[in-house]
Ligand binder design. Sequence first.
Ligand SMILES: [Zn+2]
Length: 155
Amino acid sequence: MNNHNKIGTEITTMIKSIGIFIINFTWGAIQTVIGLVAFLALIGRPHYWYKGSIVTVKEGSWGGISLGAFIFIDTPIMKDRATDSDFVNHEYGHSLQSSKLGPLYLIIIGIPSLIWAAFFGNWRRAHKKSYYDFYTEQWADELAGVKRNGTVSGL
Ligand SMILES: [Zn+2]
């Protein structure tokens, strides 16, 4: 790719990112406002911009969550490693779902995926299912281009 095309691609990516951010703040406002409250509560933690979402790192072993324009992760994966991270990209897939589903996001994705995460661990083990086999998770992976081989455990 020559330099001219490269700049063109970067500008297109930037416009797309800003578009997703704006859509999540309007059409996706319900979950984004909840995300904003969490973001403000965690204002002292590291944050970065990722393709139209704001990622916040809150270290621990609680997993990850995506609330509209805001992504929260428990692992210190910073911006330089985000592009290669299935974890960050998966959460970003949920941000994209939010931008598509708007006010229906929490009903179609948020609540079912929380229930799936919280109450179906034993069922997954008994049926040898991956956390990512559930429709909310498969679709997030698909939107963000995350390819998983075999079963992966975790969130
Ligand atoms: Zn997920």
